[in-house]
Design a protein around this ligand. Structure first.
Ligand code: NI
Length: 135
């Protein structure tokens, strides 16, 4: 029997969607306003899902306090109020789309989880646009 527990988190960050090897015109055609050279911000909403067996001793899949602290140290502290292109090394050569941000978050969190746990990331870039990644 497996159960999924989920924790919501939040961070604000700025980004620019562009390829360094494209001209400004190409970038604007592909990425529109998101290619703005002066960057722009989003209020990202993150949902971290962990699926696993219930520990018969505690009744938990995972202590939510542990998950909360993990999200803070591994995600919020690295992303919140940052310019993702300039300040987060993972995006020095990776376009910080919601898709790529979700994969980066997954890769930060996954090594800290028990092997019996399946991780899934849902990331909202706007209230209507969101992506999911489960490895
Ligand atoms: Ni954007």
């Amino acid at each position: 029997m497996k159960v999924t527990v989920s924790r919501k988190a939040h961070f604000n960050a700025a980004h620019r969607l562009y390829r360094k090897d494209w001209s400004d015109e190409q970038n604007e055609t592909q990425f529109g306003k998101c290619a703005n050279p002066h960057y722009h911000g989003h209020n990202y909403e993150l949902i971290v899902h962990v699926t696993g067996p219930i520990d018969p001793e505690t009744g938990y899949v995972l202590d939510m306090k542990v998950l909360k602290d993990l999200i803070k140290t591994e995600v919020e502290d690295k992303m919140d109020h940052k310019n993702l292109n300039e300040e987060v090394v993972e995006f020095s050569n990776l376009i910080p789309t919601a898709e790529n941000i979700a994969v980066v978050i997954y890769n930060w969190l996954q090594p800290h989880l028990d092997p019996s746990h399946q991780l899934s990331i849902t990331l909202y870039e706007t209230p209507r646009n969101f992506v999911s990644y489960s490895g």
